[in-house]
Design a protein around this ligand. Sequence first.
Ligand code: C2E
Ligand code: MG
Ligand code: MG
Ligand code: MG
Length: 293
Amino acid sequence: EVKRSGRGTWRYFEAKMNEAATRTLLIQRALHDGLQANYFSLHFQPKFRDGGTTLAGAEALLRLTHPELGSLPPAEFIPIAERSGQIVQIGYWVVREACRHIHLWQDEDLPVVRIAINLSPRQLVQPELVTTILGILETENVTPEQIIFEITESVAMQDAAHTTEMIREFQRSGFEIAIDDFGTGYSSLAYLQRFGAKQLKIDRFFTNGLDTDGHESTAIVSAIIALAHALEMDVVAEGVETPSQLDRLNTLFCDELQGFLLGKPMPGEAFGALLRTYEGDIAEPPDVPTSEP
Ligand code: C2E
Ligand code: MG
Ligand code: MG
Ligand code: MG
């Protein structure tokens, strides 16, 4: 009896593992074919300043849509691309595609805003990363001031000395850096200061907590904002979903806001339409070529 059910359980796990392995293989193939086959696209999620009234740019978020697998969330396919190394080529595509959109908006004489692009650990160890990115920007006619690269806190701290060097190289070339998902990893405050990043992005776990565990999360968010401001960084709150979270963040002098309440990730055409029709102020990054009158 026990034996039989044990075997049944084993068969069940075996079947599940085969299923997972097969799915991983399919995703790896989708990642491999994706650049040629046009499976990838970018969505842009707006970011706001001044309590949510000024449009300050957008974060570019990668999407993968496969004819059989359907639409896959980055949380599923990015770790696979990271392990296989495919993220390096895909990451360059993300930069090129973001630049292509920036250029389209510029050609339309829309306000110039800064676009945030996520970087993976595997990308950060490419010796030619910054040079290759600069080459892409030159081809696409985009200046580094129009881009801010996001590095997650846990990745940044894994090899903080290397991260410091990379950040310096990015900054020497004119790019800004944001530390992403802050508060969930273990930060060395000395390194956080040494990075000299422009922005600190509070993980949406804490934003969410402003509603669910009020006092504790307010204390943490307020401490993160104080820390960031002391180190001359701007704070971005991720995952703003409710008016009460927005209110709380404004009371705490959070500099930038991003979340479904203010704007969901949208295709490039939709973000272009937002730039075209937005009725509030639009914050342009300094030192960008202004469009001809
Ligand atoms: P992230 O960089 O922290 O991006 C923010 C994520 O939070 C996005 O998920 C966004 O859709 C989601 N989000 C924004 N506002 C809200 C909200 O109000 N509520 C909730 N529940 N979620 C919100 P997404 O697009 O699924 O991306 C997940 C992660 O995948 C990103 O986290 C980033 O780490 C990674 N990723 C996305 N695109 C790229 C890329 O081009 N390159 C690399 N290396 N990583 C990427
Ligand atoms: Mg990010
Ligand atoms: Mg984040
Ligand atoms: Mg995240």
